[in-house]
Ligand binder design. Structure first.
Ligand SMILES: C[S@@+](CC[C@H](N)C(=O)[O-])C[C@H]1O[C@@H](n2cnc3c(N)ncnc32)[C@H](O)[C@@H]1O
Length: 236
């Protein structure tokens, strides 16, 4: 049994499989990275997984130190080994924590001061809507006055008629790439609710932008979208 968000039964296959399950995975993460000020020094990443976004951030922001949070013991071990092999151990502080508990002030991230940026990909949609709101408030409170937050996540279709179109877009993309989607989906592991996360709890992009505004983000934007996948966020 794996935790919600780990996706694949075999952690070591995540990097290959996710690129076959999701269209334009790298492009999506690159969109987040491009929004980060090159001079950013302190970055918080929520739900680091196998550290693919972390790796891109370290490359884009040469002065940055990343505080990287995940609740899965498998992901924590995997990232630590990966960082060792890449010689990037010094620039990443790996924190084993449920970001829902952090949002609820039940767990603490050991950090002095505020972050220049908070980022996340494919993780926050596992929280309930109430917890998403709490997390956004906590993120807003943890940022510098000029800080930013960017998130990549699947979203609900804007209206029901789009659901089938979004599904077809995925099939068509897979066919063009010669990917057998059923074979990739068979590698997805079984998960049950763990801490504050459970199976996908999707909401529309509009709702997410409203939540950001309510949490105190003065400027919000959708910077990338491919059918039901979006990168969105804002400035404090
Ligand atoms: C689909 S993976 C994405 C990993 C990486 N961000 C990427 O884009 O490749 C989602 C990650 O979020 C983590 N996650 C989900 N809910 C979490 C929670 N409440 N607290 C901490 N980590 C969580 C999972 O363990 C998993 O590693």
């Amino acid at each position: 049994m794996i935790y919600p968000g780990e996706v694949f039964a075999q952690t070591q296959e995540f990097d290959t499989n996710i690129r076959q399950l999701l269209p334009y995975y790298d492009e999506m993460l690159d969109a987040i990275v491009l929004c980060l000020p090159i001079k950013a020094k302190r970055i918080l990443e929520l739900g680091f997984g196998t550290g693919e976004l972390t790796r891109k951030v370290l490359h884009h922001c040469p002065d940055a130190h990343v505080t990287a949070v995940d609740y899965s013991p498998r992901m924590v071990d995997f990232l630590q080994t990966k960082l060792d092999s890449q010689g990037e151990k010094e620039r990443v502080k790996v924190v084993h924590l449920d970001f829902g508990a952090w949002a609820n002030d039940e767990a603490h991230i050991n950090f002095t001061g505020h972050f220049d940026a908070v980022i996340s990909s494919l993780a926050i949609h596992h929280l309930s809507d109430r917890m998403k709101e709490k997390l956004l408030h906590k993120i807003a409170r943890s940022l510098n006055p000029s800080g930013c937050f960017w998130n990549a996540d699947p979203v609900l279709p804007e209206f029901p008629e789009l659901a089938d179109i979004y599904k077809q877009s995925r099939q068509k993309w897979a066919q063009q790439q010669n990917i057998d989607l059923d074979a990739v989906r068979s590698k997805v592991g079984k998960s049950e609710t763990q801490g504050y996360s459970s199976q996908d709890q999707l909401i529309t992009l509009d709702n997410q932008l409203q939540m950001l505004e309510k949490a105190g983000f003065s400027k919000t934007a959708v910077i990338w979208k491919y059918y039901n996948l979006a990168v969105f966020g804002g400035l404090h």
